[in-house]
Design a protein around this ligand. Sequence first.
Ligand SMILES: C[S@@+](CC[C@H](N)C(=O)[O-])C[C@H]1O[C@@H](n2cnc3c(N)ncnc32)[C@H](O)[C@@H]1O
Ligand code: SF4
Length: 390
Amino acid sequence: MTTRTELAGQPELAPVPGRVFGIYIHVPFCATRCGYCDFNTYTPGELGGANPDGWLTALRVELRLAAENVGSVPVQTVFVGGGTPSLLGGAGLAAVLGAVRDNFELAVDAEVTTEANPESTSPEMFTTLREAGYTRISLGMQSAAPQVLAVLDRTHSPGRAPAAALEARAAGFEHVNIDLIYGTPGETDDDLRRSIDVAVGAGVDHVSAYSLIVEDGTALARRVRRGEIARPDDDVLAQRYELLDSRLSAAGLHWYEVSNWSRAGGECRHNLGYWDGGEWWGAGPGAHGFLGDTRWWNVKHPNAYAQALTENRLPIADFETLEARDRHVEDVMLRVRVRDGLPVALLDTEERARAENLCGEGLLLRQQDALVLTDRGRLLADAVVRDLLG
Ligand SMILES: C[S@@+](CC[C@H](N)C(=O)[O-])C[C@H]1O[C@@H](n2cnc3c(N)ncnc32)[C@H](O)[C@@H]1O
Ligand code: SF4
């Protein structure tokens, strides 16, 4: 991998014809910081004068510069993530999509998602988003159990997330996701069962579920270190994953990536692009993009971001050029986690032999020309990747 640490000029940022192209937009604002979260996001006291209006002005410039680099490739997916995009309100998010449209051609059937925190949504906002052209809402519910939400520092009441999902559906959103976190200290099997039932009961067509990661530098990591709360236990996490998979499957939501379940047709096309060899422009503070063999990432703080764009230059912090081997490792890592599986044709002779062994151990299954994780393989996906790559 070639990494540039001192940026002079900018990398070559051109899409490869024929690959799916999407745009990710990062909204770096949150009302408060959840104790487990290490995403690039800022509470009002951390913004140093930056604000959503300044961010939107800078974003417009970045999207203009992006279009100048990328040319007239149609945008298949847009994903507005955060942070808390819903803090921008319906009109703010409509303006974000307007800025994309001013600079790019959206495919007729483009998928346009925004993340939203339940407490900063309303029925009117969902109507505005639908009218603006958003097609998908992703709600951070995390859990239906009040004591779990308290450990996670989430500010919404347990009932607000399913209510928001129902409001989004009533506003005409066919595609609604709920994010869950499982394995939080203090969560019981019954808490997770209830969280799943509440999500499914709100009629969503997609659930993402992540085990709680104790990220270094977070308030949660400090509490774990002080012994105030226990680190999530691996056996409990595996058991909770099995519970998620069986209950969601029984409700008609099937896994299509290790941490993602959907009804048929409800898969998130934007995320499939990340996993399946697509390309994207990442706009906004700290956003990562990937075009051709180049991965780049923007400066993190909204002030530094706005400053670069005021000077009419891309706010790139650094970039790396993936060599064939790096690209191969990534392909294996990402594609094996997807239900369609890892095409055998991608593997060299030694990897194919190791794949045979993994099939023998019941971790992979050969399905036509692809290798697919078995139920047990999904629990051990990281180890399967390590074994495959040797
Ligand atoms: C970074 S948030 C952004 C969206 C929104 N602010 C929210 O919190 O729902 C996206 C998702 O990442 C997941 N997430 C963030 N930090 C995590 C952690 N330490 N462990 C597990 N999941 C995490 C949560 O499920 C969250 O819904
Ligand atoms: S989890 Fe979501 S709401 Fe909480 S701090 Fe992170 S980005 Fe903000």
